[in-house]
Design a protein. Structure first.
Length: 125
């Protein structure tokens, strides 16, 4: 299943953001960095807390024993867990949050280096 502009797009954006931050594409001050890190950690914690519910989504639902139900059962589980499924994309997003956290930390360090470098050029009177 492919959802254009869905969670796969979010995963791609998060990976790009993390890469940009970790390669010095931007710098962020301590206050902004801590706010971003808090949001990243909160989202990661939420995803981690969904384990049981995600396992339930990956199982065939008890739709009954009619011919239609028997036909649908495997497809419902696949939508959640196949290679482009919701669970797979959510796990990739979870990984990208770790990358984003490292990127923000690098962007904060870059800000500190830039700030120190600029500040070092001024003489105290």
């Amino acid at each position: 299943m492919h959802v254009a502009g869905g969670i796969g797009s979010i995963v791609g954006s998060a990976k790009s953001f993390a890469n940009l931050a970790s390669t010095g594409g931007f710098a962020v001050n301590e206050t902004g960095g801590q706010a971003l890190l808090a949001a990243i950690r909160e989202m990661r914690d939420w995803i981690d807390a969904q384990g049981y519910g995600l396992n339930m989504l990956a199982q065939q639902p008890p739709l009954g024993s009619s011919h239609g139900a028997e036909t649908m059962k495997p497809y419902v589980a696949d939508v959640a867990s196949d290679k482009q499924g919701f669970i797979t994309m959510l796990q990739e997003f979870r990984t990208s949050l770790d990358d984003a956290e490292r990127g923000i930390q690098a962007a904060m360090a870059s800000y500190q280096e830039t700030d120190t470098g600029i500040g070092g050029g001024f003489q105290q009177v």
